[in-house]
Design a protein around this ligand. Structure first.
Ligand SMILES: [Zn+2]
Length: 509
């Protein structure tokens, strides 16, 4: 049986405007799952929308719609974003799905059976955009939400609590036994410190809320939206494939991917909820940074948004995927600049990769009638570098160092460009006595490019498939084992596919 790999993105707030931050999370997740599919693993990739928030009710009322109508409209935009960025998710969960609502009810019963759910009074500062309470010390000056910089409300009510404080030692033991379960290390240490400093019990229900999951044993209460949302990672497996329960096959998740603003929910509260529910904890959580422009988090509420769509329309989605994956070390903040984007597009994608393919295809056309010579042997160093690149890339993905993985693949692109200059096929072609050398060079270039296409496929899937097609290979054969030297279709007929990354004259503002 194939190894399984289950990856999740956070579910996105349905009332948010899809922006580059969402695109970034989904793209990085998609790159990782595509790599695992290339390894022949049985992959499940989940994304979706978080819909039970009071802002949905508020904004729906303002627009004269029901919360359901409002959520339907906005969820569609996130579904569309996934399509635009090339996401290959296996399911799109919406927390308003009837199956999810029912499943959260069952999970709540499991939590209650743990003995760690009790009634109490909650009072505190609440940000309705974050859907969470803040302690006085966590607020910005002037009692502002530290994320949204908007005033918070004092809220007091009777509801159900989860005894999070009782999980301190178990959580610390889990952190110590699994040092890499939260990455990068700085985030792990941050989360561990929150636990060490002591945890307050968590209010897990709200009174007087109709748009949400009812607490099964108390009709006056609705499940706190974060608890409802977190369990999507579990409930989706129960109903994503009608008639098939995927829980046994994919639980626990191999990787949760998320931004650092929701660290506490995923690295402190979520594992405790799972322990209480008697469910296995996710194997790893990857906490990425923010995509910055001018040093501010890019989100609608704080302004300063880069809209990814004009870049996609102008340059194609592969260019954006490549730029984000290569530019921003996964786990760190990064800055998106139009200049940097255009430079990588024209210099790296256009000149280094696009032109290389173009030269190789046209030299094969000119000197060998468009047919890749059969393996003449002898280029052991190039073959060795391909094997090393495959190994390095795979290892980098295992460490979740995506930008390193791209660089490892890219070194091969640069190596092949040097090979063209060193061997100068146009000179070899003038000397019939050197026909064997020319065959060897052209074979190595075609074979090297084929490996490049496979190595970069998770990042630039459409372009990689075009490279394979141009080389006369099957564009749908993207398994990584195909990168083995000489594993391609023999005697392939190449064809010009036109420029991979055409010059773009206009600048995107
Ligand atoms: Zn907030």
């Amino acid at each position: 049986m194939a190894e399984t790999f289950y990856l999740t993105t956070p579910i996105y707030y349905v009332n948010a405007e899809p922006h580059i931050g969402h695109a970034y999370t989904t793209i990085m997740s998609d790159i990782i799952v595509r790599h695992h599919r290339q390894r022949g693993e049985d992959v499940f990739f989940l994304t979706g929308t978080d819909e039970h928030s009071s802002s949905v009710v508020r904004l729906a009322a303002k627009a004269g719609r029901t919360p359901r109508e409002h959520a339907d409209l906005n969820a569609a935009r996130f579904r569309e974003l996934g399509g635009v960025v090339g996401a290959t998710n296996d399911f799109f969960i919406r927390t308003s799905d009837a199956e999810h609502v029912a499943a959260v009810g069952r999970v709540m019963e499991r939590l209650r059976e743990s003995g760690d759910v009790y009634p109490g009074t909650y009072a505190g500062w609440y940000c309705s955009s974050c859907e969470r309470f803040y302690a006085e010390g966590e607020l910005d000056e002037g009692r502002l939400c530290p994320i949204h910089r908007t005033p918070v409300d004092w809220l007091e009510e009777e509801n159900w609590f989860f005894r999070l404080s009782a999980y301190r030692d178990r959580l610390l033991a889990h952190y110590d036994a699994n040092p890499d379960w939260v990455l990068p290390a700085a985030r792990r240490n941050e989360a561990r410190r929150m636990i060490e400093d002591g945890l307050e019990d968590l209010s897990i229900s709200r009174a007087g809320v109709e748009w949400g999951v009812p607490v099964p044993w108390d009709a006056t209460q609705t499940v706190y939206v974060w608890v409802d949302a977190l369990f999507n990672y579990y409930t989706a497996l129960e109903y994503a494939r009608p008639g098939e329960d995927l829980v046994g096959r994919f639980w626990p998740p191999d990787l949760h991917v998320m931004g650092k603003d929701i660290l506490k929910f995923h690295a402190v509260i979520w594992p405790a909820l799972l322990m209480a529910a008697g469910l296995q904890l996710p194997r790893r959580e990857m906490i990425h940074g923010f995509v910055l422009k001018g040093g501010e988090k890019m989100s609608k509420t704080t302004g300063n948004v880069v809209d990814p769509f004009p870049f996609i329309a102008e340059y194609g989605i592969d260019a954006l995927r490549y730029y984000l994956a290569r530019e921003i070390p996964f786990g760190e903040d990064g800055t998106f600049t139009a200049e940097g984007f255009e430079a990588r597009y024209s210099q790296e994608l256009g000149n280094e990769l696009g032109n290389l393919l173009n030269r190789v295809v046209s030299m094969l056309g000119r000197y060998r009638g468009g047919v890749v010579p059969s393996d003449p042997g002898g280029d052991a160093d190039v073959a060795g570098e391909v094997a090393a690149a495959v190994e390095a890339t795979t290892a980098a993905y295992d460490r979740l160092e995506v930008s390193r993985a791209v660089e490892d693949g890219w070194r091969l692109v640069q190596r092949l460009n040097r090979l063209v200059e060193q061997r100068a096929p146009w000179s070899l072609a003038k000397d019939p006595a050197r026909a064997g050398e020319l065959d060897q060079t052209l074979f190595s270039l075609a074979e090297g490019l084929r490996a490049v296409a496979l190595l970069l496929w998770p990042v630039i899937p459409g372009s990689s498939e075009r490279i394979l097609a141009a080389l006369g290979q099957d564009p749908s054969a993207t398994a990584l084992e195909g990168a083995a030297w000489g594993a391609g279709r023999q005697g392939a007929q190449v064809r010009s596919e036109g420029p991979l990354f055409p010059r773009v004259e206009e600048k995107v503002a």
